[in-house]
Design a protein around this ligand. Structure first.
Ligand SMILES: Nc1ncnc2c1ncn2[C@@H]1O[C@H](COP(=O)(O)OP(=O)(O)OP(=O)(O)O)[C@@H](O)[C@H]1O
Ligand SMILES: Nc1ncnc2c1ncn2[C@@H]1O[C@H](COP(=O)(O)OP(=O)(O)OP(=O)(O)O)[C@@H](O)[C@H]1O
Ligand SMILES: [Mg+2]
Ligand SMILES: [Mg+2]
Lengths: 264, 264
């Protein structure tokens, strides 16, 4: 199983939109996919039409109350399941901090399921706390959604440092799969400049840095209102607007990622 | 002095863009304005071209090491000053938690300056932690930037609940000035639907709720690439592109807010 953490501590850059639609695209390519909602906002769950009531099993119960993933997981569409979240996940960071091996709790619960799925996609919250560290310890790769704006670029260095720390201290396999430009408006000068800056920054990486070898994905996700509309119908883009630019772009991304697997 | 906290725990909705450009617009209207950067990301500081080195006085020193606001504040343009932030502000939440009256530390340091400025605009981080509670305790009003998207709408209820808690427990004067639609694309169905939902939600408020009487501002901020470009030049929109839609919209917002003052 390949597992990707979808992460950027800058808010509103397209993490959830990427996690849900990339997972759905990989399922359309015939892969078995598990989507994990690790954000207390529970937006990935909401995006696919799941709003848990207090009694339902969630990722919180899997991490801290011994519930099996099989118990909490729900089918979203063919070959695509989700382990949903609930706002009570906010309490998880404090409770995880009391545990032995507190960074590896998610890795521990995902381990037994590695042979059941081809991909595990983890949607992270816009922070670098213990939940996110759990995602980085469990994942083999990090996909970094980025908006091609100056303010969004500014935090990238700090994000890559944090990924490096986890790689050196907790998960030596961790590598950066790449940077994905979201809500990309190719025509603006700003987008071209930021994309150029990021390419240059990544190609200058030293061999011991976690982002050595990482690239900007050749697929970019264009701004497309259908991607912003589909969560209000509880659907991913392929069930809502399969002929849209949004569906095209996420399908192309899934193909690019699936192809890269062959060379790992 | 009127003080407004610019707040929404959903990330990337336009808080910093609003804090900086509204502050600049109020200064252009002849008001004396103090902008406070209360986000460890320090994006408001970056937006106006300030990147502190470790030795410089910042909001962190003002809150926790007895530095005077006058010492840390810097002039941005005529009648506009900023108390900048630095990434070390991340540590502030833990240190504030040890203090007596830990929610009112910001209110305490701002108090003596109330007669020097007409407006204080506080840029908050995308979270509801102790720094944000300090902003809500110090401010008289909250301005909520919102993107007219489904996922952004979903957290609004929780945000209003948190504001209510602070109003009942810490700051009885606190009220919601209004909801501001940012990156607004009037032509899309989604924007119209979300705007309608929010109007309806606000007008149904009970008298004891903090958002009773709050409205959606009649000014909306259109998506405008100049607003995303100006931070890379360390400038607010009036110094970068004074004839742009972005400048027009934030100037209109400042007039709408200044006018509302008369009726308070
Ligand atoms: N390519 C796109 N085109 C148009 N809208 C988009 C696109 N990608 C994301 N959006 C919208 O932009 C907003 C932010 O995206 P999203 O919520 O996925 O970001 P996020 O990084 O997960 O945010 P958070 O930091 O709060 O978790 C959402 O309302 C989403 O619907
Ligand atoms: N009206 C607008 N038109 C175009 N771009 C905008 C507009 N408002 C904000 N932006 C851009 O969108 C991105 C998000 O805005 P901003 O950083 O102000 O949001 P924020 O809520 O402060 O984010 P955070 O939650 O990280 O603090 C920034 O890159 C900004 O330049
Ligand atoms: Mg998200
Ligand atoms: Mg901000």
């Amino acid at each position: 199983m390949r597992s990707l953490a979808i992460l950027n501590q800058k808010g509103g850059v397209g993490k959830t939109t990427t996690a849900v639609n990339l997972a759905a695209a990989l399922a359309r390519l015939g892969r078995n996919v598990l989507l994990v909602d690790l954000d207390p906002q529970s937006h990935a769950s909401l995006h696919v039409g799941i709003e848990l009531s207090a009694g339902d099993a969630s990722i919180y119960d899997v991490l801290l109350h011994g519930a099996a993933i099989a118990e909490a997981a729900r089918t979203v569409s063919k070959r695509l399941s989700i382990v949903p979240a609930h706002i009570d996940l906010v309490a998880a960071e404090l409770e995880l901090a009391q545990r032995e091996e507190r960074e590896r709790v998610l890795a521990g619960v995902l381990g037994p399921y590695a042979s059941l799925f081809d991909y595990c996609i983890i949607d992270c919250s816009p922070s670098l706390g213990l939940l996110t560290v759990n995602a980085l310890a469990a994942a083999g790769e990090v996909l970094i959604p980025l908006q091609a704006h100056f303010l969004a670029l500014h935090g990238l260095g700090r994000l890559l440092e944090s990924i490096s720390l986890v790689r050196h201290g907790i998960n030596p396999q961790l590598r950066v799969a790449g940077v994905l430009f979201c809500m990309f408006e190719k025509a603006t000068k700003l987008s071209q400049e930021v994309a150029g800056d990021v390419e240059q920054f990544l190609s200058a990486a030293e061999p011991d840095q976690a982002w050595h070898g990482a690239r900007v994905f050749s697929t970019t996700i264009r701004r497309n209102v259908k991607l912003a509309e589909c969560p209000s119908f509880g659907k991913h883009i392929f069930d809502y607007a399969p002929a849209s630019h949004g569906a095209e772009d996420y399908f192309a991304l899934a193909k690019e990622i699936a192809k890269a697997a062959k060379s790992i």
